[in-house]
Design a protein around this ligand. Sequence first.
Ligand SMILES: Nc1ncnc2c1ncn2[C@@H]1O[C@H](COP(=O)(O)OP(=O)(O)OP(=O)(O)O)[C@@H](O)[C@H]1O
Ligand SMILES: [Mg+2]
Length: 538
Amino acid sequence: MDLPVLKENPDKKTDLRFVLSAIVIATVIFILDLQLPLGVADGVLYVALVLIGLRTHSRHFIFWSAICGTVLILIGFYLSPEGGVLWKVLANRALAIFTLWMTTILCLWQVQTGTKLQEASDKLEKRVQARTKKLAETNELLRRESGFVELHKDIAVASNETKSIENTLEYCIKKICAHTGWPVGHLYLTSERYSLQLVPAAIWHLDDPDRFETFRKITEATPFNAGEGLPGRVIAKGKPVWIIDVTKDPNFPRANQAKNIGVKAGFAFPVRIGDEIVGVMEFFSSKAVEPDSKLLEIMTQVGTQLGRVLERKRAEEETRHSHEQLRNLYRRLELVREEERTRMSREIHDELAQALTALKMEISLLDKKLANKDSPLRSYTQMMLEILDSTIQAGKKLVMDLRPPILDDFGLPEAIEWQAIEFENRTGIECNVEFDSNNDFVLDKERSTTLFRIFQETLTNVTRHARADKINISLKDCDASVTLQVRDNGIGITEEQISNSRSLGLLGIRERALVWGGKVVIMGVPHEGTLVTIKLKR
Ligand SMILES: Nc1ncnc2c1ncn2[C@@H]1O[C@H](COP(=O)(O)OP(=O)(O)OP(=O)(O)O)[C@@H](O)[C@H]1O
Ligand SMILES: [Mg+2]
């Protein structure tokens, strides 16, 4: 009989127990058979051995139990006491063997079916386990993927927000730390002069600042060239780099600078604008961690996204720089203009006015001589004297207009007062001047000139546009700042006129004040007037 390979019972003790009980039962039945005369159907009792085999689930056990039973039935035929007719005795023994083997076959079937059932159930269980494992893996993958998508989304939103660049970068580093569960994140930027050198930026995320204080200090004092350390390797390779344990890495200079820098695993990736690497973001864990290629792949994309933030930073810096340059140029222009005005006014005052006065004296002498002789030419000298007088007056006005000496000699309050009186005389618009100062008014020449020129520009605007008949001027002097206010009672400037980029006069007023970090506020109320406030810091 072809017996299938049976599953061995792992429990050897149980096996032994079954074997022993089978031996005992077989012995008892055999002794009983020897006592009873032939013709008694006691051979059938050997079925008990097969039934014990069924309990063991072992096909070998059942088979060998049946063999033993058969052999003992046959031996019993020869050794048992005589009894009955021979054919009946033979039939009795044959029936016992038949019953034994029928039971054996049934038991073998039962065991085989049970084994098959067991195998099928094992197979099923294995498949269920494999599926469950795969499902768990897929779930984990899905969780990671959705984490990455969430991170991408957060960074994209942050990149487009109008927060300051530093805040945006800090926020993104914090998000990556939260996503990876790594406690340290930092940004290196390429040096402005040399794109293959990295300088540490003060942009960090530290879960526990005290714990990583040493590492932060070392990092902020360590620039890197291409190929050096973790960030340098990113620059040299142009792609992300992962170090399982920086303390054991031969190319991690920061680990050599202190005994315990508190970090172990590290990864870094390039931040790019197009093909150009403009920075390197690095992250550290306090444990050694095996590389995660999927994470590095995602970080490459994040690097490109963050490049846009740095591009914005660059554009902002360029704009700020060109604004600064423009403002410096404006400042220089104003300075040169003032110097030129001063020089011209001095030349007119010292040279031209002197020459005119000398000429006037000469002509006066000539006039006197002609008067003595009663000459008809005197009418010419009289006319010349009149022309000379008006030329001298015009010269004086020119000197005052170019740069009133009063501004240099007496200071801003007096210059404003003089300008207000002159304005009132010239335009008929009433001017009230008010000073508010606890101490002596002291303001440097440049700021005084700026305020004076703004004041003149404001007065010009009043004559040209306000249709006012009264102006209140106030000059307030605080410790930290000087404030000049000019309020007219005219038609009132409109919001649109204030914000119009073609209002170049107002733009000039603002620019002049900005040179000194000052502020100009212009407000208008229809039919009530306009208020211009200029505040300069000392
Ligand atoms: N005090 C004021 N009252 C009413 N409107 C005013 C006053 N000052 C200015 N404005 C309005 O604001 C506009 C802009 O003034 P701004 O000084 O910039 O230009 P402007 O005086 O027209 O030309 P300029 O460039 O020669 O100064 C003026 O055209 C005028 O309509
Ligand atoms: Mg103007």
